[in-house]
Structures are given as structure tokens and as C-alpha cells.
Design a protein around this ligand. Structure first.
Ligand code: NAD
Ligand code: UD1
Length: 334
């Protein structure tokens, strides 16, 4: 099976490249490197021993995408490409709506022109209305609280309408919870282009630099007072895409799947996990709540188990150990 990965050089995409190559798939990557590095692709080839084509392409460029589809016969596409920083999306809403929607539309139009109808889309657990209690299954009310989240919500809507209009389409909408960690080799991992806002990379950086991390609030209605999230190892997430490819081969229509572990961990659990993985005592101070945070947010992961035959197997310890390993081996990233 020949699979196009848009945004395949990014954090989740590069780990998915490794899993696909190791599972025997043929892949092509299209990425504009706006938030990633060609070095990540060289390292995937080094890890797997399997060379593959990488094209520097803006997915919003219909002409370039057309040429790519003319050059290769794709069986399916995994669409990772897009802008993903929540805070930045609040500051630059037009850019986020333009890039994310344009990429999603241009890709689907190009696929239809070339007779490719199998699509796996990187959505997000951020498409759920935040008032839903956890665990969150795929049927609860949707909503969003920032422009980034609305782009995912709108693209899901567009892809559902598309699948309803033409039975040849098969689209899996993958709602990721909190991807963390790195490949256990330490060869590839997360290197965000802008300063990270997420807990794991910030806590790893703080531990590495022997400075305290701020914990945003300890008065939430959770077991230890800090917020609970569903952290999932990026390699588990990557393997979920292989199952999604099998699913879109065998079904038509559009279907949403949570990719989470179904287990919630608090901020302090994560800091303890990093302490155990690194041997460096947790160093934190309690700070005010972060605007917009909710106390507890984790998946009901049953649907992916039943329909995809997939479940996350890596532990919080694995996530912390592998994130740390990448940091130690690549202090400056790629
Ligand atoms: P990432 O930024 O590391 O990867 C995205 C990749 O897309 C980058 O390599 C970037 O250069 C590329 N890209 C961006 N715009 C492009 C364009 N117009 N044309 C071609 N390439 C383009 O992000 P990631 O963490 O790997 O996330 C992948 C996808 O998963 C994104 O769609 C993101 O919104 C979604 N997602 C991520 C998370 C998370 O926490 N990491 C959570 C939920 C959903
Ligand atoms: C963020 C995004 C969300 C996205 C998700 C996964 C926001 C508002 N939401 O949410 O859209 O889907 O990442 O990528 O950005 N924390 C600290 N100290 C820190 C950093 C974080 O205490 O320095 C806390 C946060 O308050 C939160 C928890 O750690 O309670 C997890 O934060 P984060 O990693 O940003 O994930 P989400 O809050 O789930």
C-alpha cells in the first residue's frame, strides 16, 4: 500500500513514518517544513534503513499537490499537515483558518481528481465541548474554545459532508488526546518550532535545565488538586494510524475515533513520572490556574479498541523515559 503523509516530517508524522515503514508500507512525505526539519526525515531513513521520497510542498498549493498525485499512485492519505498552536491561533485566527481549512480542502479536491478516496485525518480531542464529563466518548456534544479547535471542528464537518455526498470516500477522523514521548531510540522526537506550551516538553526542559516548572493550579476538583489529562505515547498513536488505514480500506463513510489511553494522569503524576525516569527530584511551584483549563479530560477508548483493534500499551513511565532520552540525546533538537 502506497501512503501519502502530509505533514509527515512533524512530531506525530515522523513517528508514523517509522511505524508504517516497519510494517512494510511504501510512503511519500509532503511537508513545507514550516514547523519541522528535513533532518527528521533523514533520521527516519536511518532508523528504518528504508529510503522514501520527501517533497517540500505547501499542501495549500493545488498545482504542486496535483503534480505529486500525478507522479505517484497513492492508495491512501494521512493528513497531518496544519498549524497546531492554540495560543498562536487566538493571536492569528485568519492564518489558522486559512492554512488549516485551505490545506484540508485542497487535499480532498486533489484526491477526488485523482481517484484517491481513503483518508485518515489528524483531528483532536479539542473538538469536544469542554462541558462534557470524562471519560469522553465519540458521541458527546462537539464544540471548541479557540480558532485552532474550530478549524478541526470545521474540517471534520466538511469531511463528513464529503463522505455523505459520495460513497467512494472513506475517512477516519482521529481525535488525539495528549501525545507525548518519543521513539525509544532517542533518534526522533518532538522539536517544536515555537516555545512549547504543553506540560511534557516544558517539564522535560525544566528538569534538564535544573529549574522549577510552574504547576497551573492545585485547587481543581481532582485527587491531588491538579488537572488530569489523557497522555498517550506518540508511538502508540502512530500505530493507531496503521489500524486506521486498514479501517478505511474496508469501510466507507466518515467515522471518528478517540486515540487516548482512557487513563487520566494529573500534572503532579507526570512530574513524579519524570522524577522516576530521570532520577532528578521534581522541582515545581504552584502558580495560578491557566485560563481556559478544565479539571479533568480523558478518553473513553473503547471504540478504537472495538472497531480498529487498537489500544495504547505504553505506560506513563515509558512516555517520560522516552521524552527524556530524546532530550538528553538532542538537547537542541534536530
Ligand atoms: P507538527 O507541527 O509537528 O507537524 C505538522 C507538520 O505539518 C509539520 O511538519 C509542518 O511543517 C507541516 N505543515 C504545516 N503546514 C503545512 C502546509 N501548509 N503544507 C505542508 N506541510 C505543512 O504537529 P504534530 O504535533 O505532529 O501534529 C500533527 C497533526 O496532529 C496536526 O494536524 C495537529 O493539529 C494534530 N494534533 C496534534 C496534537 C498534539 O498535541 N501534538 C494533538 C491533537 C491533534
Ligand atoms: C493543550 C491544548 C489543547 C490540545 C492539547 C494537546 C490549550 C489551552 N489546550 O491542552 O487544545 O489539544 O494541549 O496538544 O493549550 N500545565 C502546567 N504547567 C505548564 C504547562 C501545562 O501545569 O507549564 C498544565 C496545564 O494547566 C494542564 C496540563 O498541564 O492542566 C496539561 O497541559 P497541556 O500539555 O497544555 O495540555 P492540555 O491542557 O490538554
Amino acid at each position: 500500500m502506497n501512503v501519502l503523509l502530509t505533514g509527515g516530517a512533524g512530531y506525530i508524522g515522523s513517528h508514523t513514518c517509522v511505524e508504517l515503514l516497519e510494517a512494510g508500507y511504501t510512503i511519500v512525505v509532503a511537508d513545507d517544513f514550516s514547523n519541522s526539519f528535513p533532518e527528521a526525515m533523514a533520521r527516519v531513513q536511518q532508523l528504518t534503513g528504508r529510503p522514501f521520497p520527501v517533497h517540500q510542498i505547501d499542501v495549500c498549493d493545488a498545482g504542486a499537490l496535483d503534480a505529486l498525485f500525478a507522479q505517484y499512485a497513492f492508495d491512501a492519505v494521512i493528513h497531518f499537515a496544519g498549524l497546531k498552536a492554540v495560543g498562536e491561533s487566538v493571536q492569528q485566527p485568519l492564518r489558522y483558518y486559512r492554512v488549516n481549512l485551505d490545506a484540508a480542502l485542497t487535499l480532498a479536491e486533489t484526491m477526488a481528481r485523482h481517484g484517491v478516496y481513503r483518508l485518515v485525518f489528524s483531528s483532536s480531542a479539542t473538538v469536544y465541548d469542554q462541558s462534557n464529563p470524562s471519560p469522553i466518548d465519540e458521541n458527546v456534544a462537539l464544540g471548541a474554545s479557540n480558532p485552532y479547535g474550530w478549524t478541526k471542528y470545521m474540517i471534520e464537518r466538511i469531511y463528513r459532508d464529503l463522505a455523505a455526498s459520495d460513497g467512494r470516500w472513506s475517512i477516519a477522523l482521529m481525535r488525539y488526546f495528549n501525545p507525548v514521548g518519543a521513539h525509544p531510540s532517542g533518534v526522533i522526537g518532538e522539536h517544536p518550532g515555537i516555545a512549547p506550551n504543553n506540560l511534557m516538553p516544558r517539564a522535560i526542559n525544566a528538569a534538564y535545565e535544573h529549574r522549577p516548572i510552574g504547576v497551573f493550579g492545585d485547587d481543581y476538583p481532582t485527587a491531588d488538586g491538579t488537572c488530569v489529562r489523557d497522555y498517550i505515547h506518540v508511538c502508540d498513536l502512530a500505530q493507531g494510524h496503521i489500524r486506521a488505514l486498514a479501517y478505511v480500506q474496508a469501510h466507507s463513510g466518515a467515522e471518528a475515533f478517540n486515540l487516548g489511553t482512557g487513563v487520566g494522569y494529573s500534572v503532579l503524576d507526570v512530574l513524579k513520572g519524570i522524577e522516576q525516569a530521570t532520577g532528578i527530584p521534581a522541582n515545581y511551584r504552584i502558580e495560578p490556574r491557566r485560563a481556559g483549563d478544565i479539571a479533568s479530560y480523558y478518553a473513553d477508548a473503547q471504540k478504537a479498541r472495538d472497531a480498529l483493534g487498537w489500544r495504547a500499551t505504553r505506560t506513563l513511565h515509558d512516555m517520560c523515559r522516552d521524552a527524556w532520552n530524546f532530550k538528553v540525546k538532542n538537547p537542541e533538537g534536530y
